[in-house]
Design a protein. Structure first.
Length: 118
């Protein structure tokens, strides 16, 4: 009986390096500007979100949930959530879009912004 041999084909790759100075310079300039001014990386506030300092009540499964909007996020039961979706998932305990879950509240927020602007 012949022995079967298994050949393994492993392709060896060599790491590629970029040595072109033209490609390195913009990256260094960007990093230097970020180090000098770290607020460049902050995302602009979503205009659909309520203003900082707003407190609202969301009715869910017969309960009134008190939610506070602060500078660093949305607070519910003492915990901070960075996004509407994160908060919605914590409340419902299943994946859901924050904009879908808070749809009625978002309509109220937009009405409040329009009346305050007028």
């Amino acid at each position: 009986m012949k022995k079967k041999t298994v050949k393994s084909y492993v392709k060896k790759t060599t790491p590629k390096t970029v040595t072109c100075a033209a490609k390195v310079t913009p990256i260094k300039a960007t990093l230097e500007s970020v180090i000098a001014n770290p607020t460049i990386l902050k995302k602009p506030k979503d205009p659909r979100l309520p203003a900082v300092g707003t407190t609202f009540i969301k009715k869910f499964k017969g309960k009134d949930l008190l939610i506070e909007v602060k500078e660093d996020g949305l607070y519910w039961e003492g915990k901070c959530y960075k996004s509407l979706s994160g908060l919605a998932m914590a409340i419902t305990e299943y994946p859901i879009s924050g904009y879908v879950f808070f749809h009625k509240e978002m309509l109220l927020w937009s009405e409040q912004k329009e009346t305050s602007a007028a």
